[in-house]
Design a protein. Structure first.
Length: 215
């Protein structure tokens, strides 16, 4: 059985739990990080010397780094919809995974969610928040354009490309921030909302993170 370590309020852990449920995997979840702590314990550092979540243990194999975990789960357990038949087709998923990690998540989670929501109001850097919001507008419009061609970022059905970018949407639409018109992203979000695994793992209250800079 797989074991997945991490706190449920972590968006990176949410990616892994969401995917594990979509793949129908049998796993146990071990809370770690946040109020649970334990990331600096000898036992956890033996799993991940960087002391970060999520971590997955599959038998004798331990995998850390979120997108490495996603790729591993799909390569080992994914059906045809998640695991593409050729390297060229798989590169589509890889492109969007890397884009989400290098572009979308720094702008939204790093710039807006941390800078606006998790930072106490009297410590806001308003200029930095405005820049991050403008960058998010550009990136979500790019997603909106892509989603005009297919119902999911992965194509006709949910796939690996949808997981990282899709995990941003619940918080993006719940925050009281200005957003551009994004009809295709809105429709994509409604499709994700209809999935039990998405509701279970991504659409979770995050009020406890408000104004808290601690990781």
């Amino acid at each position: 059985m797989l074991t997945i370590w991490g706190r449920r309020s972590s968006y990176n852990v949410q990616k892994v739990l969401w995917l594990a449920d979509e793949l129908g995997l049998d796993y146990s979840h071990r809370p770690a990080g946040g109020e649970k702590g334990g990331l600096d314990s000898a036992a956890f550092l033996a799993l991940n010397p960087h002391g970060k979540i999520p971590v997955v243990q599959d038998g004798d194999l331990v995998v850390w780094e979120t997108h490495a975990i996603l790729r591993y789960l799909v390569a080992e357990y994914g059906s045809e919809g998640f695991r593409r038949a050729t390297p060229g087709a798989q590169s589509w998923n890889d492109r969007w995974l890397d884009w989400s990690l290098s572009e979308l998540e720094p702008a939204f989670f790093g710039g807006v969610f941390w800078g606006f929501y998790r930072t106490p109001a009297d410590q806001h850097d308003d200029a930095a928040i405005e820049r991050s919001l403008a960058r998010c507008d550009t990136l979500y419009r790019l997603l909106d354009s892509q989603l005009s061609e297919a119902p999911f970022l992965s194509g006709d059905t949910l796939g690996l490309a949808d997981i990282p970018a899709g995990t941003t949407l619940y918080r993006y639409f719940e925050l009281e921030i200005p957003r551009p018109s994004l009809p295709n992203v809105d429709a994509w979000y409604r499709r994700l909302e209809s999935r039990p695994a998405y509701r279970r793992h991504v659409m979770r209250p995050f009020n406890d993170l408000y104004g808290r800079l601690a990781y």
